[in-house]
Structure formats: C-alpha cells, structure tokens
Design a protein around this ligand. Structure first.
Ligand code: GLN
Length: 472
C-alpha cells in the first residue's frame, strides 16, 4: 500500500484507473478480515464488484480514488451504522457525518465500516457485540480500542488511512498497539456532526495513517468549521505538512516526569527514552517538566465520560432508532426490554455509573469534583506551554498490546490503558501517537501533545520524530 498523496496523484494523472485502488483494498480486506483467524476489523464493506462499479471521479480531488475506512460510530449513507451495538443492528442513518462527506467530496472511496468497542467504550475492541478485533502484529493480542478496527485496517495494509473517534485515547492508544500513526485534533477542530455522541465534551474525530504524512493528508480534508456542529470552531486551518522537513532543531520538547513512573513497562520506557535521544540528536532541546495534577485525570475522566454517556445514550430506547423489543405490556416495559437486550455489559456499567454520579445529592461530590480536577489538569498544561515548551513527549500507553481476554473481566485494569491519553481530552489539546520502537516484538507508540490549535507544531514534531526513528 502506498501513501495517500501518491495514490491520489496516480489517479488524477490517469496512471491508474480511478476505481482500482479501492478494488485492491477490498480484495485485501476480503483476504484478511473473515474466518476464525481473520482480523474482524470490518463490520460492513464493499464487494469487489461494488468497488469496481463505483463512479470514482478523477477530476482533481485531493483524495481522488483513495480507499478509506470509517469507524462504525460515524454516520454513513450506503452502509449501516451500528456503533458495535445490538441496539443499532442494521440501522441506516438518513444522513452522513460531515467528515465522511468531506472525504467523498475530495474523491475518497469509503470501502467499509470498522469494528469498535460498543459505543466507543473500551480500550481493546473486545466490547463489540460483533466479536473482538485481532491485532495484525500478533493475532493473539488486542488491537487496542475503541477504534481497534480502524487501527487494524491500517496496520494490515488494507487502507492507508481511516477515521476513528477519540474520547479518552481511542485513536492514539490503538495506533500505538498496532504500530501506526493516530492523531486527535484540538477539540473543535473537526466537526462532530454525524459522530454518535459518547461524551460530547471530550469526543473528537481522529485519524489513522500508515505514516504521519497520510494522517496529515486526511486531517487536512476533514478539518475546519462546520455550521452543523456548534462546538466546531471557525478558525483558519493551517497546512499541516508545511513543516514536514523543518526537523527538530530548536524545538523545546517537555518530558513530564509523571508519565515515566512505575506503571510504565520497561520496554516501553526504553523505546521512549531512545526516541527522546534521537530528537535531542536532531537538535531538539529536551526539558523535564511536571504536570502534578495528572494523578487525578483518570478518575475525573471516568466520572465525566460516564455522566455524559448516561445522558447521551438515553435516546436509544426503541422508539426512534434501531432494535425494539415490543413484547412488554406498555411503553415502560418496551424501553426496559429494548435496553436490556440491546446494550452490552460495559455500556450498562457506564450508564449506571454516570447516572449515579449525576444523582441529586451526589452531583457535586462526583461530577462537580471531576470538573474541578479537569480544570487543574488543563491549568497544568497551560503553565508548561506558557513556560516556553513547544510540545510534550510521553509514552502513548503504559504497555504494549495485551493478550485477547486478559483484561475483559477487570474493568479497572482496562481503564488503566488510557492513563496517558485522557489528559489531552480533558484539556481539549491536540495529540498524536507515532511508532517509536518495538518491545517484545510488539509496537510502542510515543505521544506528542501540543497547545490548543497547535497542530502545525504537533505535525512538525511528529514528522521529525518519525524521520529520526526511521533513520535509526
Ligand atoms: N478507553 C476509553 C474509554 O473506554 C476511551 C474511549 C474512547 O476514547 N472512545 O472510555
């Protein structure tokens, strides 16, 4: 699989038939996705003849003919949108997410919808009602989550780019587990219209790329103001690839000590340290910094995310969307039976936790406190960036991909997989995971975090990091 820009150029210049890249992607998908040892990364996909029959325009779009995969919590016309849940089995939205529309307008071909933890709740893609996804680097291990299907699709070389969503790390953590690039933009940079809401104040659409350039290329197309999402911000979108060759010279890279503690696997730590040495060799100035309120982040995240989820998921009641169990005697029983049968265990756990956190009498003790902790986490970042740090470097996840089944029975262990990624969501900051090495034969991701609207610096650092790792 080649880079996104070159696929589009080949199509535009007529060197390759416009439908061919998508047909080839679908052929790879058919080979790798199904069967007992298959990836199970896709919940729906085009057939080869459908791909060939598509009227793909080659008339100059930035993504002419480029095959792309979409996480199945983004509304698409032409495929169901299930959120990995029984409650939305077969549901076909009558409209399309803005990000998907923008991809198509630039000539991209949506080849399929990718598997995910139900309603994006999870860190391993084992919570899907349609079975777990396997990690292409080692099929006995998880791909990370919740956008595990998108990460696996890119890591397996089925597509060069895919969309996911990142509420607490669901793009960066699976990117790290699968050895690909994953970026979460600044909150408000990308439209959430058509993204099924999990925790609206934290959710952002994110991008997977086989390389930093591929991720930048897709983000360039989907970013920007959308009047249909009142939280999307009307700011100019910079050219993310402009500083592709600037390198690390003079870049001030902050290293927060709180992210390098005992929770970190030694192999992950070693790869991250080596990456920092490479950045320093490239002229970056490495500076140790402290983000002291990091210790509150994970608890605050799980209170806020579950509280918002309990409210957002109230709409799935069998009346307007998807499945309905009408065997009960009245409306109340219909709601109850539909939700009991339609939601999986983790989703129910979150709805219960969130409802509890918002209960009158407990509201301030849980939700109020979590919001105050969120403020402290944001203030930590502001202080560090205000003190002259351009970008922060941390591990993306404390571990490499863990074995399938290892953590499903232990939600707290599962939640710990997000300990380094939730902070950027709480503070609304842009962050990216870039492959930096291998530990026990499995990929390790390094995370870069930039100030709000600082994607240009983020990408400059990411290109420099990727270049340094490749040259090593
Ligand atoms: N793993 C985290 C959770 O379970 C993050 C999910 C996400 O980013 N969608 O909430």
């Amino acid at each position: 699989m080649t880079g996104i820009a070159s696929i589009a150029e080949d199509v535009r210049e007529g060197r390759v038939d416009a439908a061919e890249p998508a047909r080839a992607a679908v052929a790879r998908l058919r080979e790798q996705n199904g069967g007992p040892q298959g990836l199970n990364a896709f919940l729906a996909a085009l057939s080869e003849s459908e791909a060939l029959a598509l009227k793909v325009s080659s008339d100059g779009g930035r993504l002419s003919g480029v095959p792309v995969a979409i996480k199945d919590n983004l509304a698409t016309v032409g495929f169901p949108t299930t959120c990995g849940s029984r409650i939305l089995e077969g549901y076909r939205p009558p409209y399309e997410a803005t990000v998907v529309k923008r991809l198509r307008e630039e000539g991209a071909v949506i080849v399929g919808k990718t598997n995910l933890d139900e309603f994006a709740m999870g860190s391993s893609t084992e919570n899907s009602a349609y079975g777990p996804v396997r990690n292409p680097c080692d099929p006995t291990r998880v791909p990370g989550g919740s956008s595990g299907g998108s990460a696996a699709a890119v890591a397996a070389g089925i597509v060069s780019g895919a969309l996911g969503s990142d509420t607490g790390g669901s793009v960066r953590q699976p990117a790290s587990f699968c050895g690909v690039v994953g970026v979460k933009p600044t909150y408000g940079r990308v439209s959430r219209y058509g993204l099924v809401a999990f925790a609206s104040s934290l959710d952002q659409v994110g991008i997977f790329g086989a390389t930093v350039a591929d991720a930048a290329e897709l983000l360039q197309v989907v970013a920007g103001h959308d009047p249909r999402d009142s939280t999307s911000v009307d700011l100019p979108v910079p050219d993310f690839s402009e500083e592709r060759d600037t390198g690390a010279e003079g870049l001030v890279v902050g290293v927060p000590t709180e992210y390098f503690g005992d929770a970190l696997e030694p192999g992950v730590k070693a790869s991250c340290q080596a990456a920092l040495d490479m950045l320093a060799a490239g002229g970056a100035q490495i500076r140790e910094v402290s983000l002291p309120n990091t210790r509150y982040a994970l608890s605050a995240y799980y209170v806020i995310a579950t509280a918002e989820a309990s409210s957002n998921l109230a709409r799935f009641d069998g009346v307007r969307y998807g499945a309905r169990d009408s065997s009960g005697k009245d409306l109340g029983e219909m709601y109850e039976r539909t939700r009991t049968a339609g939601f999986g265990r983790e989703v129910k756990r979150r709805i219960l936790l969130g409802t509890f956190a918002l209960t009158a009498g407990y509201h301030d003790q849980y939700y109020g406190r979590a919001q105050r902790a969120r403020g402290l986490v944001s203030a930590d970042f502001e202080a560090v960036f205000g003190g002259g740090v351009d970008v922060l470097f941390t591990p993306t996840s404390p571990t490499v991909a863990f074995p399938l089944g290892e953590r499903v029975q232990d939600p707290l262990q599962m939640y710990l997989a997000d300990v380094f990624t939730v902070t950027a969501n709480l503070a609304g900051l842009p962050a990216i995971s870039v492959p930096v090495g291998v530990s026990d034969g499995l990929p390790v991701g390094g995370q870069l975090i930039a100030p709000k609207w600082g994607e240009k610096t983020l990408f400059r650092a990411a290109f420099a990091l990727e270049g340094a790792v490749e040259a090593a």
